[in-house]
Design a protein around this ligand. Sequence first.
Ligand SMILES: O=C(O)CCC(=O)C(=O)O
Ligand SMILES: [Fe+2]
Length: 283
Amino acid sequence: MTQQLITPELRQWIVEQAVAGHPPEEVLKSMLASGWAEDVAIKALEDTLTAHLDAQARLKSLPPAVPVPEPDLSDSPSCVWAHDREVRVLTSLRHPRVVVFGGLLSEEECDEVVALAAARLARSETVETSTGGSEVNEARTSEGMFFERGEHEVCRRVEARIAALLNWPIENGEGLQVLRYRPGAEYKPHYDYFDPVHSGTPSILARGGQRVASLVMYLNTPIKGGSTVFPDVKLEVGPIKGNAVFFSYDRPHPMTASLHGGSPVIAGEKWVATKWLRERVFT
Ligand SMILES: O=C(O)CCC(=O)C(=O)O
Ligand SMILES: [Fe+2]
């Protein structure tokens, strides 16, 4: 006697019967009528319908996908014009969505943002030293500060450029965040979206919805180390002054593969400015 195989076509047919509203007993009857052995038919029904229900449940618990910022790279340009500057397109990956840009900022703009941020980092450092709290924190060993959106002329210029480059309203962006990593400092892999299960998330989302994309701009070139890594695809982006790595995530879920981190700086310092983009106007 030949063994009866449960083919993908049979599975599909079973799912179609269920979706059309036929009860399993009825489906079993027609399978028996067309020559299936009862044990094989029952197993095929059980396995197929269980897998189908599991998949449906997974789909239902998934947050819906939303529109995200995206540069216009439809005709594979080597350069794109963004507001007031030509920006090079160095690398583009579909999943996770990652684009590496060259020369997004000029050397002078990088230096200016570092100088403006350094003044404020220095102040926060004094506070830390006075409380004896300057020791290294586990996941994020950089020091940081936030500019208000549009706080300085250079912020406004860079923000207008980013808005044009990524086709996303200036108003939906958070203020620039600047981080300084010293040798040994790192930012362990994480997601930039706010975890929906976290109790503080609803109040954060009230200010402009979820984060849907990040742009990490390199303000200097460390001597060694400090690349931005995407562990899910083992991608490593070298931190080069003026360049930037863009990535988007259309739902707050690991399936976006947007897990990323800043690997340890080995020599020299690393300075980055991060622009986070929200779904709606960020107030
Ligand atoms: O420093 C890096 O390369 C990554 C920074 C980052 O992940 C962030 O600012 O959220
Ligand atoms: Fe991040």
